[in-house]
Design a protein. Structure first.
Length: 130
């Protein structure tokens, strides 16, 4: 089942910034529908928050994408964060949904034999074939 809401407690467990927690409480209280959250983030041009949320976990990533999140927000920051934190499933979801691989620093794709590097190298090759 697709995630449709997020709670303040979930954000705290994700170690959200105090700024994001305050934004959430002021605008939504204890819980928010993901579609409303995405609309508010877009309206206020909070791309970094949107990207950070997109990079957290597969369930949230899929829910946010379904709610209209911009996976290329803040110059593709969600993919860069997912790769930096070794969140392979999140990176795969973002790539499958059109994340821009040209914004990912080249060294991510050339780090050696890690599973993440292999996945990114494959994705870059596939993008170049299109």
């Amino acid at each position: 089942m697709l995630k449709e809401t997020i709670t303040f407690d979930e954000l705290k467990e994700m170690r959200s910034s105090k700024k994001l927690l305050l934004f959430f409480l002021n605008n939504f209280g204890q819980d928010a529908n993901l579609k409303n959250l995405v609309q508010k983030l877009h309206k206020l041009k909070k791309e970094k928050c949107e990207a950070w949320l997109l990079a957290q976990n597969p369930e949230l990533t899929n829910g946010l994408i379904a709610a209209g999140a911009n996976i290329k927000a803040a110059r593709n920051k969600a993919l860069r964060l997912a790769v930096n934190h070794r969140r392979k499933s999140v990176a795969e979801i973002l790539i499958d949904n059109g994340a821009d691989l040209t914004d990912v620093p080249h060294w991510f794709a050339s780090r050696g034999e890690s599973e993440m590097a292999k996945m990114l190298q494959h994705a870059v090759r596939m993008t170049n074939l299109m």
